[in-house]
Design a protein around this ligand. Structure first.
Ligand code: GLC
Ligand code: CA
Length: 558
């Protein structure tokens, strides 16, 4: 097993618009991250992924880039990023940026030129096709709703957009365009960047037949993720990307790679994989049918456990993974994974332990370490996220009432993870002295950093314990590199697994339900490393767990 710094890291994701605002314009900025570096260092993280900060019209909050070489003025300047990288390095923290190269903004100079001259060189940067019978070239549906094709005014051409209309897809078949992208990646790595989280990368290779597929909805369309994910031939692009960029640096790459079957994982994250690790989505959306927010499932703890374990075993066999509970695309974990009555300290810390002790590099999303809550809205107009507006429309078309549709958006909106970080109990949670771009939910009065810093029993303190254990204890190597082994599978509401390295064995037990549980076993407990309750009932060969109790135990091997 190969040791790497990025396997031993604990990562923290920042959504820059909502982290900390230093100039009162209501939007977080790079100086805000700089101002809070000491907090992040005290938390114990050593890797920060910042969601996109490039120049952007912000149709999708920065995931629509109009200049890859320039930091958007709303966040600051290129020099301020240099300073942030330097100051972070002093604290042994590396900075990662988002790499969004499946598409650009329609306001990118390349696209502006392309539209003027579709058959010219810039036209080759994007995917233009002629319409068919007065309609789009085929029946593909964008991930944000409606046809994935948008007509170019005054022509018979359409351009392809996997995501929003303002996010035209780049044409990866064009080798010159690819070389332009690689140059840009190296520009940032040369500036001292620690690496990249690579956005939507499994979409870059299209099905070049551009044929129609059987519809999967009443609109006669088929989802892009059914027809254009992880297509044969993508390995040529991904290998080239790696060889021309990442391989030349000691950097970290984490790919957002939906649609990769476990049988293909080796190509992505193996020894010679395209990336160091990927985010596996196999359980992130287990509460949804076909990813539709308005079609919830009745998932059980056992089903979640089966998916998590299957993911762990597949990733372990292939290489390395990134583990996470939350992101800027997800509601808050305590809402997604817990019923209303269980969104308490024990529930939140159980979820934290459950994923943090898995094999893989853990990512903490800003505010997760406080147990930040969803921000319920009373009207659809109060949402900002384009995906929410689209899902709402789809829910109505599906036949739900406005009230029902709103209910589902309140369960699932991406805005829940995007509300400003709750620093203290003052106005706007101390995020800004101006008007926040997205309103702060009232819960900031009870959930905020200042209050949790003073509380040894807080969710924050618990996260710190987990980080300490993973990074600085005598069990650190076992937690990072140890083999993952599911145990005690007969208990349906129990997440139980071992991590084994040489002569050390760690046992993780998470009683994911309201009922106390008695486990009969033959474990010989050496030491309790983590416990979200004050006590643990161990009596001879029986371990008793309270509702939502989680423990990490060092045990004598067997
Ligand atoms: C990724 C991002 C998401 C964005 C999309 C389009 O899924 O995480 O926020 O909307 O890509 O770039
Ligand atoms: Ca600002």
């Amino acid at each position: 097993m190969v040791k790497k710094w990025w396997k031993e890291s604990v990562a923290y994701q920042i959504y820059p618009k909502s982290f900390y605002d230093t100039n009162g314009d209501g939007v977080g900025d790079l100086n805000g991250i700089l101002a809070k570096l000491d907090y992040l260092a005290s938390l114990g993280v050593d890797l920060i992924w910042i969601s996109p900060i490039y120049q952007s019209p912000m149709a999708d909050n920065g995931y629509d880039i109009s200049d890859y070489y320039k930091i958007d003025p709303i966040f600051g300047t290129n020099e301020e990023l240099d300073e942030l990288i330097g100051e972070a390095a002093k604290r042994h923290i590396r900075i990662m940026m988002d790499l969004v190269i499946n598409h650009t903004s329609d306001e990118h100079e390349w696209f502006q030129k392309a539209k003027q001259d579709i058959q010219g060189p810039y036209g080759q940067y994007y995917i233009f096709k002629e319409g068919v019978a007065g309609g789009p070239p085929n029946n593909w549906r964008s991930l944000f709703g409606n046809s994935a094709w948008e007509p170019v005014e005054g022509t018979n051409f359409y351009y392809l957009h996997t995501f929003a209309v303002k996010q035209p897809d780049l044409n990866w078949e064009n080798s010159f365009l690819r070389s332009q992208l690689y140059q840009m990646v190296n520009y940032w790595l040369d500036r001292g960047l620690g690496g990249f989280r690579v956005d939507a990368i499994t979409f870059i290779k299209k099905d070049v037949t551009f044929q129609n597929y059987p519809a999967d909805g009443l609109d006669g369309l088929v989802n892009m993720s059914t027809v254009s994910l992880n297509q044969p031939g993508i390995e040529v692009f991904l290998n080239e990307l790696k060889e021309c960029t990442f391989d030349r640096y000691d950097c970290i790459t984490v790919a957002e790679a939906p649609g990769v079957p476990y049988s293909d994982l080796g190509a992505y994250i193996g020894e010679k994989g395209f990336f160091n690790m990927i985010f596996d989505f196999s359980y992130a959306d287990m509460d949804l049918t076909n990813g539709e927010w308005f079609k919830p499932t009745n998932w059980t703890v056992k089903e979640l456990r089966d998916l998590v374990y299957a993911s762990q075993l597949a990733v372990e066999a292939a290489g390395w993974g990134a583990t996470y509970l939350e992101s800027h695309d997800q509601p808050r974990a305590i809402y997604k994974y817990l019923k209303a009555e269980n969104r308490h300290y024990y529930g939140a810390t159980l979820l934290a332990t459950l994923y943090f002790m898995l094999r893989g590099t853990p990512f903490i999303y800003q505010g997760q370490e406080l147990g930040m809550r969803n921000a319920e809205r009373s009207d659809i107009s109060q949402f900002d996220d384009i995906s929410t507006l689209d899902q709402y429309q789809r829910a109505l078309e599906f036949g739900l009432s406005a009230e029902e549709a709103l209910y589902h958006m309140n369960q699932r909106s991406r805005d829940h993870g995007r509300t400003p970080f709750q620093w203290n109990g003052e106005l706007h949670a101390g995020f800004t002295t101006g008007e926040p771009w997205l309103s702060v939910p009232d819960t900031y009065k009870i959930v905020n950093l200042e209050q949790q810093l003073q509380d040894e029993q807080s969710i924050l303190s618990f996260y710190k314990q987990l980080i300490q254990l993973r990074k600085h204890s005598e069990y650190a190597q076992t937690i990072v590199y140890g083999q993952f082994k599911p145990v005690l599978l007969a208990y349906e509401n129990l997440f139980a697994y071992e991590r084994i390295l040489n002569d050390q064995t760690i046992l993780v037990l998470c009683n994911y339900c309201e009922e106390p549980l008695t486990i009969e076993n033959c474990y010989d407990v050496k030491e309790t490393l983590i416990n979200n309750y004050k006590q643990l009932a161990v009596c001879k060969e029986v371990i008793g767990l309270q509702a939502f109790q989680c423990v990490v135990l060092a045990i004598n091997g067997h």
